[in-house]
Write a protein that binds this ligand. Structure first.
Ligand code: ADP
Length: 531
């Protein structure tokens, strides 16, 4: 599996020059390509010298195809260079640009193509020399790529500004013009490599075979250590394929339009298309990895925002009850004092309750903070029955207003557990206020029963039952999920908070339908060993 941008902190997998080739790359490069070449070699060897009729359209079509392939390859390399500012990329981009541009004078000077029995420009030697120099230039760029890449391993250098890019393109175009001019204008003075429009002379072996074999051979040797990068591997394949094509060009007496000539032309076309295909696939792969990295980042951000939302909802949800109580009690105290005969005693009692509510709000904030800091808060031992009674006392007035009758059936045995009193109180408060809300639409008597009984093993089980609307089977599985609510103004945080508190205390919480109607919410906590 290749690394995605998301799990590659250095971003190496997103860089063409350092991305590692996958198994499929290696299989094609080291097995399929050599096997195809060997098959081609064996199959064409016996028929190498057979002359096939020259197809007039073949040369312009294959040269134009090669021109477009080389030009697009060069363009892709230039784009990669523009992003990465790596010198080896600039060199190889210019190599492919050179290989593309030389094809223009090569085509114009091809014998018999534009002028029957002659050439449009230059002479017999021009085409052959342009062919030789095209290959030598491309091979030299591969050698330079390998040499500079090895230097960059030791001391990576980034090219700054666009001047080197512009200068290199100008230099390549100038070189092509010089070579084209020399090959065309000095045709008569060039060493003889072509005997006529078809056949090559013995000079072909010396002037074409020797330099091409040495340069591509050198490129193969120098590129071998770079085979562990996608780019290094495929340039190595290109150099090897061109090197393998050299002996095929010299089978028997080499001539154009022979089986071996067509073979070499096809090998050339395939070798050049191979790099373009790999580049396109790799660039698309890099784009995919980049997209994955961006999506992973987006998810992370959304998750962080959701956590922030959940935290805000949790704080709002938990503080709403004590704050509402403070506001209501303060309003009552104002009314008690704002009379001709103020009831100071009751007002003082209210103010005492307001202070207690304020402290409770502070304790809730502390317990939320502790939850997020994942603190192990000092757990005190407490009697769960007592906590339940205290909690009911806190909301009894509200329940009465909502016409909800509370019944308590607490276990006679003290239910001693270890835990955070405020948090357990929060659980009970949430369950009670949910139960009261669930009975809101039901006809009287609206009933809420709180029981505590022995559970499995040494567990104590607390239940809050109501005869309200009940929970549909469809919603039962989602009740405890954060932000799940069926209420128009609900936050969907209460039960999720209850679950995290109970589970943090080593207990379990669940809901089930009540009979004949309503719902039962139950949670268990472990009894203290000596209780
Ligand atoms: P909220 O009360 O803000 O909706 P909760 O997490 O406390 O958030 O509750 C989630 C949902 O569980 C409620 O919207 C309601 O549909 C359902 N629910 C909770 N308690 C009861 C109950 N006693 N009876 C019926 N449904 C309940």
């Amino acid at each position: 599996m290749q690394a995605t941008g998301a799990d590659d902190p250095t971003g190496e997998a997103l860089v063409l020059t350092s991305a590692a080739p996958g198994r499929r790359h290696k299989l094609v490069a080291f097995a399929i390509v050599p096997a195809l070449l060997a098959a081609l070699f064996v199959l064409t060897r016996p028929f190498a010298e057979i002359q096939l009729p020259p197809a007039p359209a073949f040369v312009p079509i294959q040269t134009s195809a090669l021109f477009v392939i080389n030009l697009v390859t060069a363009l892709l390399f230039f784009c990669q260079y523009w992003i990465l500012r790596s010198r080896p990329l600039l060199v190889v981009a210019n190599g492919y640009l050179y290989a593309a541009l030389v094809l223009i004078p090569y085509l114009l000077a091809f014998p018999g193509l534009f002028v029957t029995g002659g050439t449009l420009v230059g002479g017999l030697q021009s085409t052959a020399w342009l062919y030789i120099l095209r290959h030598c230039g491309l091979a030299a760029s591969l050698v330079a790529f390998a040499l500079i890449s090895r230097g960059e391993w030791r001391r990576p250098q980034q090219v700054k500004g666009d001047v080197p890019l512009v200068l290199s393109v100008v230099a390549t175009c100038a070189l092509v013009m010089v070579i084209a001019t020399v090959c065309i204008a000095a045709d008569g003075h060039l060493p003889v490599v072509a005997s006529d429009g078809r056949r090559f002379s013995t000079g072909w072996l010396i002037y074409a075979g020797a330099p091409m074999a040495s340069l591509y051979g050198l490129a193969v040797i120098l590129l071998w250590p770079l085979r562990n990068t996608v780019l290094g591997l495929w340039l190595l394949v290109v150099a090897s394929v061109h090197l393998a094509a050299v002996p095929i060009s010299f089978f028997g007496s080499p001539s154009r339009f022979s089986v071996s000539w067509y073979t070499v032309v096809i090998i050339n076309l395939v070798a050049n298309s191979l790099v373009l295909a790999v580049l396109l696939v790799e660039v698309s792969n890099l784009y995919r990895r980049l997209l994955e990295a961006v999506r992973a980042q987006q998810h992370e951000r959304e998750a962080r925002l959701a956590t922030g939302d959940a935290l805000a909802a949790m704080i709002a949800h938990e503080l709403r009850q004590p704050l509402l109580a403070i506001v209501m009690r303060a309003a009552t105290s104002v009314r008690r004092l704002d009379r001709p005969a103020p009831d100071v005693e009751k007002a003082i009692a209210d103010l005492g309750k307001i202070t207690a509510d304020g402290h409770r709000a502070g304790a809730i904030l502390d317990s939320i903070r502790a939850n997020f800091r994942r603190d192990i808060r000092t757990r005190a031992s407490m009697d769960l029955n007592q906590v339940a009674s205290e909690t009911v006392a806190l909301v009894r007035r509200d329940l009465r207003k909502q016409q909800v009758r509370v019944q308590m059936a607490l276990n006679a045995r003290p239910a001693d557990v270890a835990g955070d009193r405020t948090q357990i109180q929060q659980v009970l408060l949430n369950l009670i206020s949910n139960a009261a809300e669930a009975t809101a639409g039901s006809p009287a008597p609206r009933l809420l029963t709180i029981t505590s009984e022995n559970g499995e093993g040494n567990e104590i089980c607390v239940s809050v039952c109501d005869n309200g609307a009940g929970v549909s089977a469809e919603h039962l599985a989602q009740l405890f999920n954060p932000l799940f609510t069926t209420k128009a103004t609900g936050m969907g945080m209460g039960l999720s908070i209850c679950r995290s508190i109970v589970e943090a205390h080593g207990g379990r919480i669940w809901a089930s339908p009540n009979s004949p109607n309503g719902a039962v919410f139950q949670f268990t906590l472990a009894r203290l060993a000596n209780a």
